[in-house]
Design a protein around this ligand. Sequence first.
Ligand SMILES: [Zn+2]
Length: 70
Amino acid sequence: MAKEEYKQLSCSDVGMACGFQVRAKTEAEVMKHAKTHATEAHGLKEISANTEKKIKEAIKTVSVDVPEKK
Ligand SMILES: [Zn+2]
């Protein structure tokens, strides 16, 4: 197995009682999914600079097992 690094964000990390978790290759992609989720699931009209900062701080880098490329 090979290891790959992913950016991961859990809604609970931002203080939401919610099981949503997103994992993507880049922080920008995580932010995109997180914003969509926040507007659709939590009814946020827009993400304030402060909220965006909170989300960015909550993003973690994780190692994920991926199948070896042949
Ligand atoms: Zn959520």
